[in-house]
Design a binder for this molecule. Structure first.
Ligand code: FER
Length: 343
């Protein structure tokens, strides 16, 4: 028996040492495409394992599972409580479906995935969240994350947000069938910058016509991660009056002129253009967040925050402690963002 316990303790210690002792290989800016670094298929187990779990020191009482997580002065949860990412008995969870719609802007069928509320019914009108993936991703990027329906299901079940429809488009809106070429150059960014128009003129009307949607600003929200965060901000600047809530998680550089280790960005807008004309109806809440040690977009998200502040765009900025360009940042952002839906 003793031997058994010894073996168990040794195995547990080894696992812990291995997990904790992984070299921090993301401390430097990658020189290649960030595909591997950024974990575009967000359900990769290693990233899930990196979710911050705050352990109580041994000399304090064990916290109850419902212990309130840390919020900042704006009420933002710095990390997503792990309990929301765990399946619970008695809670129903939705399943992503994949569908297509016709784009008159791109002259072809384009795909999206959609997560309907577990008890979806035509008798209700639901708010919609459009969620934009990272660079080189597609409509499957978020749908491939098994934890996302769990997060949404738990938040709805606990009354943290209203039931809503989550739509995950494919952003790369090339005007022809051009295959997506992994490249960091101005030309390869153009199809991403075509997405706001594609969303508003083609995808939104399709979603409104196909599902039981609370149409208009009150029911329309947009968020995204990295390249999706950048295009979220660009969509906000082009169509501020269309959205109730906006959340840019670790937004990539390039909406304004910038240069990083990947490329030089001419800027979809000049810094002076990042402002709203007086009287413009703007979203109730705009969140920008980023991990404190993001090794892909670095301090560019903070740069957007500074620019917004300088140009008088009201928003919330916060940093996710110890998070890289990873799921900690995304779940934290989504946890705060989704709480605004329907409120
Ligand atoms: C860049 C840095 C990061 C960039 C894009 C990214 C197009 C996107 C990263 C991601 O989506 O994870 O300079 O330019």
């Amino acid at each position: 028996m003793k031997r058994m316990i010894l073996i168990l303790v040794t195995v547990a210690l080894s696992v812990c040492l291995f997990a904790c002792g992984r070299p921090d290989d993301k401390a430097e800016t990658p020189t290649e495409t960030p595909k591997e670094e950024t974990n575009m298929n967000e359900n990769e187990p290693t990233k899930q394992a990196e979710l911050t779990v705050t352990e109580a020191p041994t000399d304090t009482p064990t916290p109850t599972p419902t212990e309130a997580p840390k919020t900042d002065e704006n009420g933002m949860y710095l990390t997503c409580p792990t309990s929301y990412l765990t399946k619970k008995e008695g809670v129903s969870y939705g399943k992503f479906e994949r569908h297509t719609y016709y784009s008159y802007y791109c002259n072809r069928e384009r795909a999206y995935t959609i997560l309907l509320p577990p008890d979806y019914t035509q008798d209700k009108k639901y708010p919609v969240v459009y969620l934009l993936h990272g660079i080189f991703g597609d409509e499957n990027s978020f749908a491939g994350d098994a934890k996302l329906p769990i997060l949404v299901g738990n938040m709805i079940a606990e009354g943290l947000c209203e039931e809503f429809i989550l739509v995950c488009p494919a952003m790369y809106a090339a005007g022809d069938d051009t295959a997506q070429t992994p490249a960091f150059n101005a030309e390869a960014c153009i199809p991403y910058d075509r997405f706001p128009k594609e969303l508003v003129e083609n995808l939104m009307p399709h979603i409104n016509a196909t599902y039981s949607v609370q149409e208009g600003r009150e029911g329309t929200n947009i968020g995204g991660f990295s390249m999706g965060g950048r295009e979220t901000l660009y969509t906000l600047m082009l169509y501020p009056e269309l959205f109730k809530n906006v959340c840019a998680m670790a937004p990539a550089p390039g909406m304004t002129p910038a240069k990083d280790g990947f490329m030089e960005h001419p800027g979809s807008l000049q810094e002076d253009e990042v402002r709203f004309a007086e009287g413009t109806v703007v979203p109730d809440t705009i969140i920008i967040c980023c991990g404190t040690r993001d090794s892909v977009v670095g301090k560019f998200p903070m740069g957007y925050h500074n620019l917004f502040e300088k140009n008088g765009i009201k928003h919330i900025w916060y940093e996710v402690p110890n998070a890289d360009h990873d799921m900690n940042t995304q779940y934290s952002g989504m946890f705060n963002f989704f709480q605004l839906i329907g409120k």
